[in-house]
Ligand binder design. Structure first.
Ligand code: NAG
Ligand code: NAG
Length: 985
């Protein structure tokens, strides 16, 4: 028999092979179709990120963007479209791919459409990542068939409400991340049922204040628990000690109270414990000593009491933070024998005694902050033995003796604050030349000797504060080589000789305090490089010569004190150009007529004590005539005595409340509003002129590139003399922006304050402000009408969110094109909440007199000028002006409008002059308005009907009567509806 017929096996095999081939091919074919359908019908791919998702002959999507197949390329197992810019709601269609395991859609804009609950179809997924999409509404429900899910990440959205019970029923879930949402229910006990959980992160949610459920102690596989800033209150449950696998425990910035439970000793694998910023009290538990794996312990900002147990020091800690507690007693010497210790922060406690003599000798100590305690005796001389010490902070103690000679070799030091101690003697000469120093504060000690010329080596130095010591000799000219110097304070010392004239070459200088020394000679002139100088105090010296008129052209100078010197000549009229908060030239030998601007009762005490000054108006000064009646001289002498008394009293009060660190509380107070990977130390040193990108009414703005590669924008608020206003701007940014998130509102990441510093850190926005672009050099980037239109819609959405979706509603109060930022894709972000208030506060505080008018010229609603009452309709008005700016490309008070006219009047008049009953497009009635449209706009992109509609909305918004203005929500609708609605005039 022919063998062919006898042996059917090969055929059978072949047939089977073909079948499986076909079915495999078919599944990829099917997946290809699914992917294409999702692309075409479920998502908006405006960046064209998925341009390679096109039908191909192979019916094989395995090398498309974001697609991964299994090892043999036979089925799609993962879709990862992180940061591709896709929009349009959750694309369920992907779940139709039966072999799909991982679905990652992080950092997109899918949150435009609310996620349906329950989340069906996708129950075969192992990984679902929807983080960073600004989804709103409740968290999705997961039906019980989600038995495969290992990782669920829904962080960085705006989910609200409770965590649904279905979140306690994932049998295999290993990672659950819900941080940075707006969840406002409670932390549910049923999360303790997730027996496979290794990582739980619920940070940054406004949960209802409540305890940490003790059931979470059942998570025996948990390695990481991070629930920062989430309103946890009450005692830390003892069951926390059952988390035997835990490596990292972070419950910082909550309201935990009571003692740290002894049960904590059960965390036998824990490496890091962060419980800072809570209300914990009582003594540190003995059980801490059992945690032999512990490397980092931060219990700062609690109310812990008692002594530091010896056993803590025996742990191999790399970093120990116990700041801001009520701890007392001496530091056990054993701490100094720990070979790992890198950071020791004990500030704001009541520790006493000496610091261990060998501190720094056995480990690579990088930071020491023991400020505001009651330490005595000398500073340990080995602190910098390993040449790693960067931050030496010991202020407000009673350290005494001289600075150890070894400190002169500490080339790693960049931040030194040893002020407010009793340190004395000569400073080691090499210490003056430490090359990395950025900040050196030694004020209020008993140091003596000369400032060494080697100071010129400290070319990174930004602040040098030596006031209230016994330094003497000349100020070396080498000081002029410190080109980064921003603050120089050598006041209240015994310096002699002339002020080096080269000092005017320090371009960065903002504060120069040299008062109460024995300087002689002239005030340096040629100060045109002092563009940043805000404060100049040369009072109480022996300076002679005349007041240089150049002072009058310093653009930022607000504080000028030249009192009690030997200055002669007239008060230069140029000084009247300055906007001074403090002005004092009293007790010199000035003569002549007081310039008109100072000829005012307000300035009297600033002028007295110059017998030859005369004034036409001020009674206490002699009138400006040749001969002076005798009796007047007596009056003047009497008055001068009285004034001297009052003046010195005033000076006394001022010197108490002024000066740098009088009201010092702690080195930095920081708040974090989003998950971030940096802290103040990554920011503060980089606020340098190279990074300076602009200045606004509230402060300077810097661009800082972080170690992580990310770029942030940092606003450093004006400090010093305008403190009260600075404080209120700072508070309102933190209170409003810190709590809200919206795709069209700039993200505040972090804030940080210290005594003379207030900084706010925002996401960096690539293109600057709308005003910068529209009215600046980059304007050609906004010649496309559709871009301007989407800016209008986006900004309106951001404001509508503030007015209608925030509880309580928030008024911005300073809406203008400068405060609308544009990111890389020209998405608008509303920024600068320095004047913002919640409507509640506006209502309760009513029309209380404000230190300055809220808002900016050209954008302020007319009713505000006479009622001082702000409502959300005032924001609507300002937004209307922004719309007009977008259409016309003109600034709101462009000089071409002439006196007493502005953009709103100009447009309104143009509208009124147009004939009634026009058809509404540019060929009709609006023909007259063609001349208001920005001539630079690329006409081919102009949809005149849309321009026309925007102008109409702008006119409605800027209606004279608030009641006629639409709400912001309505404005969004009007813009999106694309209807032409002519205002009835
Ligand atoms: C990947 O794409 C290229 C075309 O860009 C195609 O030639 C190639 O065959 C594809 N590979 C697979 C495995 O589909
Ligand atoms: C899915 O994600 C997990 C966790 O990131 C990863 O370990 C796994 O390899 C991924 N699986 C696939 C098929 O990409």
């Amino acid at each position: 028999m022919p063998p062919l017929i006898l042996n059917p096996l090969p055929f059978l095999l072949l047939a089977l092979l073909c079948l499986s081939c076909f079915s495999l091919g078919f599944s990829l074919y099917r997946d290809t179709q699914i992917l294409l359908r999702v692309k075409n019908s479920q998502i908006v791919d405006k960046n064209d990120s998925l341009k390679d998702w096109v039908p191909n002959g192979y019916h094989n999507p395995c090398n498309w963007t974001g697609i991964n197949c299994d090892a043999r390329n036979q089925s799609v197992v993962s879709v990862d479209l992180t940061s591709t810019g896709i929009q349009g709601g959750f694309p369920f269609g992907f779940c139709r791919i039966r072999t799909l395991q991982n679905l990652t859609l992080a950092q997109n804009s899918l949150g435009d459409i609310i996620l349906p609950r329950p989340l069906a179809l996708c129950s075969h997924l192992r990984l679902l990542d929807l983080s960073g999409n600004l989804f709103v509404g409740g968290l999705p429900e997961f039906l019980s068939d989600f038995s495969e899910l290992r990782l669920l990440n829904l962080s960085y959205n705006n989910f609200t409400g409770d965590i649904p019970a279905s979140f306690g029923r994932f049998p295999r879930l290993s990672v659950l991340c819900l941080y940075s949402n707006l969840l406002n229910g409670t932390i549910p006990p049923f999360l303790g049922n997730l027996s496979e959980l290794t990582r739980l992160d619920l940070s940054y949610n406004p949960f209802k204040p409540g305890p940490l459920p003790s059931e979470l102690g059942n998570l025996s596989k948990l390695e990481v628990m991070i629930i920062r800033n989430a309103n946890i209150a009450g005692d830390l449950p003892d069951s926390i000690g059952k988390l035997v696998s835990l490596k990292n425990l972070d419950l910082s910035t909550n309201s935990l109270s009571g003692k740290i439970p002894d049960g904590i000793s059960g965390l036998r694998n824990v490496e890091q414990i962060e419980l800072y910023e809570n209300l914990l009290s009582g003594e540190l538990p003995q059980g801490l000593s059992n945690l032999s794996s512990l490397r980092r312990l931060d219990l700062s900002l609690n109310s812990l009491t008692g002594k530091l147990p010896d056993n803590i020091c025996a742990l191999l800690l790399t970093s120990l933070h116990l700041n801001d507690n009520f701890l007392e007693g001496e530091i056990p010497a054993s701490l100094a024998s720990n070979p790992n210790l890198e950071e020791l922060h004990l500030f704001n406690n009541s520790f006493t005694g000496k610091l261990p003599e060998d501190l720094g000798r056995n480990s690579e100590l990088m930071a020491l902050d023991v400020s505001t305690n009651d330490f005595i005796d000398e500073l340990p001389r080995y602190l910098c033995q390993r040449n790693k010490l960067q931050r030496l902070i010991t202020f407000k103690n009673r350290f005494s003796g001289a600075l150890p000679e070894q400190f002169g070799e500490c080339h790693s030091l960049y931040y030194v604050r040893i002020e407010d101690n009793q340190l004395s003697g000569n400073v080691p000469p090499k210490f003056w030349g430490l090359p990395r120093l950025q900040l050196l504060r030694m004020d209020n000690n008993r140091f003596e000797g000369m400032l060494s010329p080697s100071i010129s080596d400290v070319w990174e130095l930004e602040k040098l504060i030596l006031s209230r010591n016994r330094f003497s000799g000349h100020l070396p000219v080498e000081i002029c080589e410190l080109h980064k110097l921003e603050a120089l304070d050598i006041s209240l010392n015994r310096f002699t000789g002339e002020v080096p004239s080269c000092i005017t070459g320090l371009r960065k200088l903002q504060t120069l305090r040299m008062q109460e020394n024995m300087f002689t000679g002239d005030i340096p002139s040629k100060m045109s490089s002092w563009a940043d100088l805000t404060e100049l105090n040369l009072s109480h010296n022996r300076l002679s010569g005349t007041i240089p008129p150049e002072l009058g052209s310093l653009p930022d100078l607000t504080y000028l004190d030249l009192a009690v010197n030997l200055l002669t000549g007239e008060i230069p009229a140029e000084l009247t150009k300055l906007k001074l908060n403090q002005f004092n030239v009293s007790f010199n030998k000035l003569y002549g007529k007081v310039p008109a601007a100072f000829d005012h009762q307000l300035y009297l005490s600033s002028l007295l004590g110059n017998t030859d000054l005369c004034s036409p108006d001020l009674k206490s000064l002699p009138p400006c005539s040749k001969s002076r009646p005798l009796s007047l001289i007596a009056v003047i002498i009497l008055a001068a005595c009285a004034v001297l008394l009052v003046g010195s009293l005033l000076w006394f009060i001022k010197s108490k409340s002024f000066g740098f660190g009088d009201k010092y509380k702690r080195a930095y107070k920081t708040s974090t509003f989003q998950r971030i990977e940096f802290n103040e130390e990554d920011i503060v040193p980089f606020l340098t002129s190279e990074n300076h990108i602009g200045s606004g009414s509230s402060g300077r703005v810097y661009r800082v590139k972080l170690k992580t590669g990310e770029t942030v924008a940092v606003k450093k608020l004006w400090g010093g003399t305008e403190k009260e206003e600075t404080e209120s701007v700072f508070k309102s940014e933190v209170e409003t922006l810190g709590q809200i998130r919206h795709a069209n509102i700039v993200k505040l990441l972090f804030s940080c304050s210290a005594d003379d510093l207030r900084i706010l850190v925002y996401e960096y926005v690539e293109n600057g402000s709308l005003a910068d672009v529209l009215h600046g050099e980059k304007c050609e980037q906004l010649m496309d009408w559709s871009k301007r239109f989407s800016i209008a819609v986006g900004a309106a959405q951001g404001l509508a969110y503030l007015h209608h979706d925030c509880v309580p509603p928030i008024l911005h109060r300073d809406v203008k094109s400068n405060n609308i930022l544009l990111d890389q894709e020209f998405r608008p972000l509303v920024a600068d909440f320095g004047l913002a208030k919640t409507l509640q506060r506006v209502v309760t505080e009513g029309a209380a007199p404000m230190s300055r008018i809220a808002g900016s010229h050209g954008y302020i609603a007319p009713e505000y000028a006479y009622t001082l009452k702000v409502t959300e309709k005032s924001d609507v008005y300002s937004f209307g002006v922004v719309l007009m700016e977008l259409v016309t490309g003109k600034r709101p008070n462009d000089p071409s409008f002439g006196e007493n006219n502005d953009l709103v009047k100009w447009i309104t008049e143009s509208a009124l002059s147009c004939p009634e009953g026009g058809s509404g497009n540019v060929e009709g009635g609006w023909n007259n308005l063609a001349h208001v449209i920005d001539p630079r706009l690329d006409r081919s992109t102009c949809d005149y009907q849309e321009v026309d509609m925007v102008l109409n909305v702008a006119l409605l918004c800027t209606s004279g009567f608030p009641i006629n203005r639409p709400s912001m929500r309505r404005v969004v609708e009007l813009l999106k509806e694309y209807k032409v609605s002519r205002p009835k005039t």
